[in-house]
Design a protein around this ligand. Structure first.
Ligand SMILES: NC(=O)c1ccc[n+]([C@@H]2O[C@H](COP(=O)([O-])OP(=O)(O)OC[C@H]3O[C@@H](n4cnc5c(N)ncnc54)[C@H](O)[C@@H]3O)[C@@H](O)[C@H]2O)c1
Length: 438
């Protein structure tokens, strides 16, 4: 066991437990292993742990080779909490979804905290003081109000017996440029001592550690980042709708606006927001604002409403284009291109493409999808037909491009058109007269 977590002489003897082996947990493990920490990966999903033990990855950004390499170094995946022995650092990376009523579902954080409490209570830390870090995105106050009381329920006290910290995960799946290692890591501790400990832990893993005043500032920083994206995506989506009505090309407008070297960041319209961050995290904040302050967080609610309306809007635009060609959605054969929630990953979670397909099916369209990263697409229990390369050029009445993967050349759509097509475009094939963007 290490004398001081993260100190150069003790990296190899620092034992890290990563709780939750998903999109956030696995890149963290990569950074820990490369820095020289010993890692136990814990997950309740036996299939994921079995897959890791076989050296097989289930997320885009981590390869099989990497996992096989970790296994030969100091990586041990498990579903057995009893195997979390002599752990110096526990990092919680479990999901934070919404309940059916739209509020925060902290059950995974609570379960992970109970499990860690049991391990802490059963381990005598003779030399180092264990450190518990929450990385899951959540509302400000969670670490102190939810995690800490669970960890202290049988007599342990922070920071006397363990250090407690929050560090928001900023992983951007599919992003090759900004990775865990070169993205600054924000940290906040319960006390100065806790902040020192969490800073020391991450320092060997990333190029920069950014220390904030406390736990709530670190929790809120993540929500500011995601709410900023959510609100700006909603803004450009509404601008797109309005511009269409006014006969203005919003894409031309964005290209012009982004020539300004300061004070403007370009966001582009699309079919909505997806994944387990942007559509969900701002709700954690608005829930907190409502329960604590008794008032709505109007920006978030409006953004939610606008972004959620986009799949139906795409179908309305498609309907209008088909109408202009004497066709209707009902009975049309429509190709939906790119169904993941963002480019270059296979993640379908809360993808707005699901909403588009659902709406098209409801309106009587026959839907076929094309996505090189997705081998199977099910919407409301219905298996959607995958495009086959033998499809004839005139097989579809329209193609809706919702996502552009780098690996996917729009030349692959030459069976549809010789012309270059951009992402988030709607093209009426039957007119053969160019494409229309949202
Ligand atoms: N995916 C992203 O892009 C991203 C980015 C930044 C932050 N986050 C946040 O990080 C957290 C994790 O997200 P993710 O995308 O890695 O989720 P994920 O669903 O990919 O992985 C979470 C893992 O935790 C496991 N798990 C659930 N309950 C558990 C428990 N009690 N004990 C141990 N393991 C448990 C699940 O089986 C799953 O394998 C969330 O709060 C999310 O909002 C995600």
């Amino acid at each position: 066991m290490s004398e001081e977590i993260g100190s150069e002489s003790n990296l190899a003897s620092t034992r890290v437990a990563v709780i939750g082996l998903g999109y956030v947990g696995l890149p963290l493990i990569r950074a820990c292993i490369n820095a020289g920490y010993a890692v136990v990966g814990f997950d309740i999903d036996i299939n994921k742990v079995a897959s890791l033990r076989r050296g097989c990855s289930y997320i885009d950004d981590v390869s099989n080779c990497e996992i096989q390499d970790w296994l030969t170094r100091d990586f041990h995946p498990t579903t057995e909490s009893i195997e979390l022995i002599n752990i110096d650092v526990f990092v919680i990376c479990v999901p934070t979804p919404l309940t059916k009523s739209g509020g925060p579902d902290l059950s995974a954080i609570e379960a992970a905290s109970h499990m860690i409490e049991e391990r802490l209570s059963n381990t005598i830390h003779e030399v180092s003081k264990p450190l518990v870090i929450l990385e899951s995105t959540t509302y400000p106050g969670t670490t102190e109000e939810v995690v800490q009381p669970i960890l202290e329920k049988h007599g342990l006290v922070a920071p006397r017996d363990f250090n407690l910290a929050f560090s928001p995960e900023r992983i951007d799946p599919g992003n090759q440029l900004w990775t865990f290692e070169n993205t600054p890591k924000v940290v906040g501790g319960l006390t100065q001592e806790c902040a020192d400990a969490v800073e020391a832990f991450y320092e060997p893993l990333t190029t920069e550690v950014v220390r904030v005043k406390g736990l709530k500032e670190a929790e809120m920083a993540k929500l500011l980042e995601n709410t900023y994206r959510h609100v700006n995506i909603a803004l450009i989506n509404e601008m797109a709708k309005i511009s269409h009505e006014l006969g203005i090309d919003i894409w031309d407008v964005i290209s012009a606006a982004e020539t300004k070297p300061y004070g403007f960041q370009a966001f582009r319209p699309g079919a909505g927001v997806g994944g387990h961050c942007i559509p969900i995290d701002p709700n954690y904040l608005s829930h907190r604002v409502k329960t604590e302050l008794g008032q709505p967080f109007r920006f978030v609610e409006l953004a939610q409403e606008i972004n959620a309306s986009m799949p139906a809007y795409v179908v309305v635009r498609l309907r209008d284009l088909l109408n202009a060609s004497g066709l209707s959605v009902n009975g049309a054969r429509i190709l939906v291109v790119g169904v993941t929630y963002k480019p270059n990953i296979a993640d379908l979670r809360d993808s707005p493409a699901i909403g588009v397909v659902r709406n098209l099916l409801k309106n009587g369209a026959e839907v076929v999808y094309l996505d090189p990263l997705v081998t199977e697409l099910t919407v409301d229990g219905r298996l959607i037909t995958r495009h086959h390369s033998s499809a004839a050029p005139n097989e579809y009445d329209a193609a809706v491009i919702l996502q552009a993967h780098d690996s996917f050349s729009f030349r692959d759509l030459s069976f549809v058109s010789e012309r270059w097509l951009d992402a988030s475009s709607v093209r009426p094939l039957s007119t053969g007269s160019g494409y229309t963007r949202i």
